[in-house]
Design a protein around this ligand. Structure first.
Ligand code: S3P
Length: 434
């Protein structure tokens, strides 16, 4: 349910102590999906229970999978790759691009008809990026002009493919991998720029035959997924709001515990360190399919940055909060090669440019870049465009603003980080819902 909720943030004191961030959204989606397709009972520990992930649970329940949400874990009873049942009505992906794109790979290869849609934001996001490869695999898909809702009809012409995507996208890659699971033969997916590899790592962990050679993923269809317990690391994308908060708020000193530090997700740490951030990764260890560590962050005087190239996909979701960091440091930051930000839950280049300008920061943009001149946040009213990461970024800017900041249309924070407010309140940040 989305209602228009607005938040006023009225400055704060320094952030201190250990912070616990909920489970990773990308990995939770994948854990629910792959456990549902495996043979037996799995327990998912530290799974994120946000609106997006709850939609994934509901979708698989509608496809006939038994899932229980317990206090300490999500329990999934998979009945094997070929066990899904025709849903009674259209599946609802809500606000989640990951859910619609990943699940489409599965729906396109079933022997029953199904359809999937989502909210207003999801219904204007591009789907040709998955329709094209799935159609090459022989799938039968109808769409609303390459947008959701998508309708899948059974196809007798499904075949394995060799595919190279020209968009660096983990969602597209994962969609094809999931479709490949159901199709006899070997599919090969080539990436020119590497994106998050949680699907590959989880498939390996569940002992599915998959090979990764240089920039190619080689995957055979119709093999078995083992049901295993899965531990989800805490979400580095959610942690990033507090990493930047501690860096910009004088005298802050925090440790974020058990964060997923897969190198394909840690671009934000590399960039902030280059900007002069005092960030250290402590107590690294592998658990299941992922590398985990604690992240210590101390207030730092940041320098502006220039970014472009392959690092972009390693921090794709962290740009809004990085722009807040750039807006606080003296000098001009320029970030290029980010046209994909225009296709997220909102047009994130536009949403950040409009909001930063409202707060008194000098910003300009092109179709694929943004230039931010550091200054002071003067306070004001900022629209989040219904985008969770835009809303959280501007709420964090309120920690260092001269006057209060009101962030409007922020209810979608629940899609990824329902605990965001309780963590801020524990840190004694003055925050009011209006
Ligand atoms: C995700 C991949 C990224 C990211 C999104 C989550 C995933 O999207 O922005 O929030 O879980 O695979 P793209 O694949 O569109 O880059």
């Amino acid at each position: 349910m989305t209602v228009n909720s607005n938040f006023i943030i009225n400055n704060s004191s320094a952030l201190q102590g250990d912070l616990t961030i909920p489970g990773d959204k990308s990995i939770t989606h994948r854990a629910i999906i792959l456990s549902s397709l495996s043979n037996g009972r799995s327990k998912i520990f530290n799974g994120l229970q946000s609106e997006d992930c709850k939609k994934t649970i509901s979708a698989f329940e509608s496809l006939g999978v038994k899932i229980n949400i317990k206090d300490d874990f999500i329990e999934v009873f998979g009945a094997g790759l070929n066990s899904l049942k025709k849903p009674k009505s259209i599946l609802d992906a809500g606000n989640s691009g990951t859910l619609i794109r990943l699940l489409s790979g599965i729906l396109a290869t079933q022997n029953f008809e199904s359809s999937i849609g989502g909210d207003k934001s999801l219904s204007i996001r591009p789907m040709e990026r998955i329709i094209e490869p799935l159609t090459l695999m022989g799938a039968n898909i109808k769409s609303n002009n390459n947008k959701a809702p998508l309708i899948f009809k059974p196809s007798k012409a499904l075949k394995a493919i060799k595919y190279s995507s020209n968009i660096p996208s983990a969602q597209v890659k994962s969609c094809i991998m999931l479709a490949s699971l159901f199709i006899p033969g070997t599919s090969i997916i080539r990436e020119t720029i590497q994106t998050r590899d949680h699907t590959e790592q989880l498939l390996k962990y569940l002992e599915y035959p998959i090979e990764i050679k240089n920039n190619e993923i080689i995957i055979s269809g119709q093999k078995e997924l083992l049901a295993k317990d899965i531990f989800i690391p805490s979400d580095i994308s959610s942690a990033s709001f507090f990493i930047v908060a501690a860096l910009i708020k004088e005298n802050s000193n925090i440790i974020l515990k058990n964060i997923g530090i897969n190198t394909l997700r840690t671009g934000i740490i590399d960039v902030l360190i280059e900007m002069g951030a005092d960030i250290k990764i402590l107590n690294k260890f592998f658990k299941g399919s992922e590398l985990i560590g604690d992240i210590s962050v101390k207030y730092s005087k940041l320098k502006p940055i220039k970014i472009s190239g392959s690092i972009v996909s390693r921090l794709i979701d962290e740009f809004p909060i990085l722009f807040i960091a750039c807006a606080t440091c003296k000098g001009v930051s320029k970030i290029t090669g980010i046209e994909e930000l225009r296709h997220k839950e909102s047009d994130r280049i536009k949403a950040m440019e409009v909001g930063l300008k409202k707060l008194g920061i000098i910003v300009s943009s092109t179709s694929n870049s943004i230039t931010i001149e550091g200054g002071n946040f003067e306070g004001g009213i900022v629209d989040s465009f219904g985008d969770h990461r835009i809303a959280m970024s501007f709420i964090i800017s309120g920690l260092v603003s001269r006057k209060p900041i009101t962030v409007t249309n922020a209810d979608n924070i629940n899609t990824s980080f329902p605990d965001f407010f309780s963590i801020l309140r524990k840190q004694k940040v003055e925050l009011f819902k209006v």
